[in-house]
Design a protein around this ligand. Structure first.
Ligand SMILES: NC(=O)C1=CN([C@@H]2O[C@H](COP(=O)(O)OP(=O)(O)OC[C@H]3O[C@@H](n4cnc5c(N)ncnc54)[C@H](O)[C@@H]3O)[C@@H](O)[C@H]2O)C=CC1
Ligand SMILES: O=C1O[C@H](COP(=O)(O)O)[C@@H](O)[C@H](O)[C@H]1O
Length: 247
């Protein structure tokens, strides 16, 4: 029988990429605070992730969670990321543990490590001939308060793994853009994640076995400064796209 997966933030862009590739692969329960405006492949729960009771109800009978819901704006103010990204993520992890969920894939971000992009390293590090590489073992260096909230989410995942043995993978997503990489934006081309690679990566997050992991979620871009080796090794991620093919 197909695994049952709760997808929070289902009505957003990353949710669109995941459902676009995996609609028929799992039994989906979808959650978003925005009501559905189209047909979705599964039960759609309209709820806020800070609503503990609603999240617990949505979690019942679920094998795995892909947690996307949150404020995605790099310039989001503190009150929003505190509520939506930190408090909301804690509510999701806690409810997952209490419901006996096996795995949670958490949508972290490149902005959790944004301050590795120093003036001395940029823009050279965004180019194919530069060998600077982050591999996921480095400490967070958030580039903004949104990045701080994502580093906090990774830390919450670490806690729920260590304390309750929940399998957690934090995917530091790069720049998800449909059909082609960002145009005239070297940083975005370096961290492009295509829609099909995004769906495949989260598919692997549901299927693979792991304890606690931090991986980068980008396509196999020549320009990359995020290693995808850990995602390949632990998750079996095999990206098909590369922003260099769109130059
Ligand atoms: N799109 C990208 O390139 C990247 C996205 N991410 C992360 O991936 C996740 C999804 O991002 P996108 O799909 O781009 O954003 P989006 O804004 O398109 O989708 C987010 C969805 O979450 C919902 N949502 C927000 N706060 C909520 C709450 N408190 N309760 C319930 N639903 C809530 C929104 O209604 C929206 O449908 C976010 O956590 C974001 O930080 C990380 C790195 C890059
Ligand atoms: O975390 C995120 O990162 C992407 C890429 O960042 P950008 O600053 O280069 O645009 C961003 O587009 C997305 O909205 C955000 O959630």
């Amino acid at each position: 029988m197909a695994q049952s997966v709760l997808l929070t933030g289902a009505a957003g862009r990353v949710g669109d990429a995941i459902l676009g590739g995996l609609a028929d692969e799992y039994e989906w329960r979808l959650l978003d605070r925005d009501p559905p405006t189209e047909d979705y492949p599964g039960e759609f729960v309209v709820a806020d992730i800070t609503d503990d009771e609603a999240v617990r109800e949505a979690m019942e009978g679920v094998d795995a969670v892909i947690h996307l819901a949150g404020d995605p704006r790099p310039d989001a103010p503190w009150d929003s990321v505190l509520t939506n990204n930190i408090d909301g993520t804690q509510t999701v992890f806690e409810a997952a543990v209490d419901a006996g969920v096996e795995k949670v894939a958490f949508a972290s971000s490149n902005h959790a490590v944004g301050h590795y992009e120093t003036e001395e390293r940029t823009p050279e590090m965004y180019r194919a001939d530069d060998d600077y590489l982050l591999d996921g073992t480095e400490l967070p260096r958030p580039g903004n308060l949104y990045g701080v909230s994502k580093a906090a989410g990774e830390s919450l995942g670490r806690y729920y793994h260590d304390e309750y043995d929940l399998s957690v993978v934090c995917v530091r997503i790069g720049n998800l853009t449909k059909d082609h990489p960002p145009i005239d934006y070297e940083r975005g081309q370096a961290m492009w994640l295509s829609y099909r690679d995004c769906a495949h990566l989260f598919d692997r997050c549901i299927a693979a076995d792991y304890g606690y992991e931090i991986v980068y979620g980008i396509s196999d871009n020549d320009r990359k400064y995020y290693s995808i080796e850990r995602a390949r090794e632990v998750l079996g991620y095999e990206p098909q796209d590369n922003s260099a093919r769109h130059d």
